[in-house]
Design a protein around this ligand. Sequence first.
Ligand code: GUN
Length: 292
Amino acid sequence: MIIIDGKKVAADIRSELKDKISQLKAEGKNVPGLVAIIVGDDPASQIYVASKGKACEEIGMRTKTEKLSADISEAELLTLIQSYNQNKDYHGILVQLPLPKHIDEDRVIETISPKKDVDGFHPISVGNLVIGKDTFASCTPAGIQELLMRYKIETKGKHVVVVGRSNIVGKPIANIMLQKADGANSIVTIVHSAANDISYYTKQADILIAAIGKAEMIKADMVKDGVVVIDVGINRIHDPTKAKGYRIVGDVDFENVSKKASFITPVPGGVGPMTIAMLLSNTFKAYKLYGE
Ligand code: GUN
């Protein structure tokens, strides 16, 4: 059984990007830039955005955070996004979600130029993904595919079972794995909460992708021997032995499922670190395609 080291792969990706950006600087060229827009002071969002900014700085990418007050009007936010759509120094625009209730999230996402949609949330990006055109795939699913490829895990003709149908993970990863392409070409099933017996489906998986948001829901008797397990879950569970009083676990019962798996991602240190690495990678791609 091999534990997939997402922390290491993410560090490798960041280091590869850093080298490419150093090269651009040496040639006197403009460098890729990412602007993060955050509305309000939700602590979790602040942490996400700060770590994104730090990751950009570490690889020499231009970065800026626009911190807006929670009572900014939707019109003002849309105007700011439009100004970054025109800005030649920023190739990626990220609006941290969730947004305050008085702002229409769909309208905000649709205002981001698809050429700068490094989160891959714009309906044009999503549509291009579904029809198999090159596009920005959302970062966590793109990171999952990257892990499978870097660990040389065969995906062609394999049965990928995705548990969960969110727009951010379940639906895009299913569409990625369905494409007739390297690192994909899989037979894909999506199973979700309406299933009578989720294990009927998960037992058939060669590659199981758990993105449900329920702590340790996938048990050893729900998978077959040799399964490849990708755990997208990040759940807090009570643990009085920890200083914080909790620990983070995935959607998979790691201790027992790992005994049957051929490959498995841990939580933390599996899929999680890949999300920011892919955000940087998407920003570099936006620069290469539309900005250089
Ligand atoms: N909020 C939680 N995760 C994400 C993400 O990946 N992108 C954005 N824009 N907001 C988020």
